[in-house]
Design a binder for this molecule. Structure first.
Ligand code: UD1
Length: 475
């Protein structure tokens, strides 16, 4: 793989407009719903991401025909999906595209519902331990499936019938898998303890357009009348905007100052807890409407109205503060003034989601980690350094740190960032940031400059306990 870095010269405020893409966390489950459709499912506003590409490759492997311009390189954002009559078995583990994406597990519910059997790859070696699938499997068994773990595969069989299921924790993925499974099960399924994330509701809206009988999306209880049919009908669905991308750019603005208009944003309620904390930090978020042709779209204007104030947060399932914005919030908080006192960041969804702390420390952040909480003493600034992305949201936290830091930051391992953010350099450059992607092979000089700077500043600068030991987590 060719080595690439992002090179950021920090210190410029952000001013301008950024278009928000379709939601990554909506497109992945909705692509899996393509397995349920008998005719054609047309998706609009598809984000062009590595994760979208990986999911499309995995779908093709099981026999879904995917056409359209949403797949990388062709430059559009529409995909059409159609499942062939019989699903194919996956190629051997090592050759299977499904191995590369955790959301391949979302094929289980729709394949079982439609064909009475399913096979998926376990994502990576040990992830069942680090990020278990027990709720997915338990729920599918309640619906009547027999589920077996066979090497690096999960296989499931059985004709599904509706039942009552209460999830002990509102897992987003398990909720989505069970909702899709129940659409073609015999009889009624009453799901309680369902995840209330807006992306789960977007999946329900898409399934309803495909003819599924679903009520209650956005609440903790969803009722699904299983259809007595071979599959669901064709439909067109426009994916909701990516609220995590909105939050990520809003936090970049919080760190750098300036004013941004984020275009095509989701309803304010989707980010209510986040916006409440952001306004405590001295950042104003105002919803505006803009006429586009015949229609009207919602934009959000983000402005830092004062020096950044230090605010503590605790993550929680929706409608709480989203875990997918915790790393970016932590990075932004490094730029509050030292007189503001300590910030406590508590992670309640993924207990180990703190890999970014070590990299922020390399840039001079004063952070201690104790259990599920990071204790940060803001100093109003960071200094540029060579840092390494460790997962999707952690990568963006380093972009924020680099944009507001003094001097040059280089970020490596960009495949994490490209999984979930579309055209990041173009969007930020257009708003005044100095950010560009550097490919190691371009010139020898470029390569040696970067290698040298990485060698100089990859010395860890610890202030707290052993953050290096913390396991990586992907979002
Ligand atoms: C989804 C999102 C991810 C987000 C997360 C929480 C997608 C593609 N990804 O991930 O960006 O950070 O929701 O909002 O939508 N758990 C179990 N057993 C299970 C399933 C989950 O114990 O069977 C635990 C997980 O280990 C984790 C917590 O539940 O601690 C939340 O996981 P879950 O809500 O399932 O997240 P994902 O669907 O994987």
């Amino acid at each position: 793989m060719q080595k690439t870095w992002l090179k950021i010269e920090g210190g410029s405020p952000l001013n301008g407009r950024i278009s928000i893409a379709g939601a990554k966390n909506a497109v992945l489950p909705i692509l899996a719903a393509g397995i349920l459709v008998e005719q054609k499912l047309k998706l609009e506003n598809v984000p062009q991401l590595l994760d979208t590409d990986a999911m499309v490759s995995a779908l093709r492997e099981v026999g879904v025909l995917v056409e359209g311009s949403g797949v990388k390189a062709s430059g559009g954002d529409t995909l059409e999906l159609c499942m062939v009559a019989q699903p194919r078995r996956l190629p051997s583990g090592a050759h299977s595209a499904a191995r590369n994406i955790r959301t391949g597990v979302l094929f289980l519910g729709p394949m079982l519902a439609r064909f009475g059997w399913a096979q998926v790859c376990l994502p990576g070696g040990c992830q069942i331990g680090a990020r278990p699938l027990d709720l997915h499997i338990w729920g599918l068994e309640k619906l009547g499936a027999r589920v077996l773990e066979k090497g690096d595969r999960i296989e499931a069989k059985g004709r599904l019938r509706g039942t009552d299921i209460s999830l002990p924790f509102p897992s987003v993925g398990a909720s989505e898998n069970l909702i899709m499974a129940a659409t073609l099960a015999r009889g009624t399924t009453r799901l309680r303890g369902v995840a209330r994330e807006p992306e789960v509701a977007d999946l329900c809206r898409c399934l309803r357009a495909m003819g599924a009988a679903i009520e209650g999306e956005g609440s903790t209880e969803i009722i699904i009348e299983g259809k007595n049919s071979v599959g669901l009908r064709g439909a067109t669905h426009r994916l909701m905007p990516d609220r995590i991308e909105v939050g990520s750019y809003a936090l970049a603005l919080a760190a750098t100052g300036g004013s941004l208009i984020l275009c095509d944003t989701p309803p304010r309620e989707d980010l209510q807890a986040f916006f409440e904390q952001l306004s405590l930090c001295g950042v104003e978020c105002i919803e505006e409407s803009e006429k586009i042709g015949e229609g009207v779209r919602k934009n959000t204007r983000i402005t830092r109205t004062a020096d950044l104030r230090a605010v503590s947060i605790s993550t929680a399932p929706h409608p709480g503060f989203a875990t997918d914005l915790q790393a970016q919030f932590t990075a932004a908080m490094c730029f509050a003034a030292s007189s503001q006192g300590q910030v406590v960041i508590t992670e309640n969804v993924f207990e180990n989601r703190f890999r970014h702390l070590l990299e922020l420390q390399r840039m001079g952040a004063k952070i201690d980690l104790r259990g599920r909480s990071a204790y940060l003493s803001p100093q109003g600034t960071l200094r540029g350094a060579a840092v390494r992305a460790s997962d999707l949201r952690a990568s963006f936290s380093l972009v924020i740190a680099g944009l507001a830091a003094q001097g040059t930051t280089t970020i490596s391992e960009l495949h994490h960032l490209d999984r979930g953010y579309e055209s990041i350099e173009a969007k930020l450059s257009a708003c005044g940031a100095s950010i560009r992607r550097i490919e190691a092979k371009k010139t020898k000089a470029t390569e040696s400059i970067n290698t040298e700077s990485m060698a100089i500043s990859r010395e860890p600068q610890r202030t707290g306990n052993s953050i290096e030991k913390i396991a990586s987590i992907a979002s």
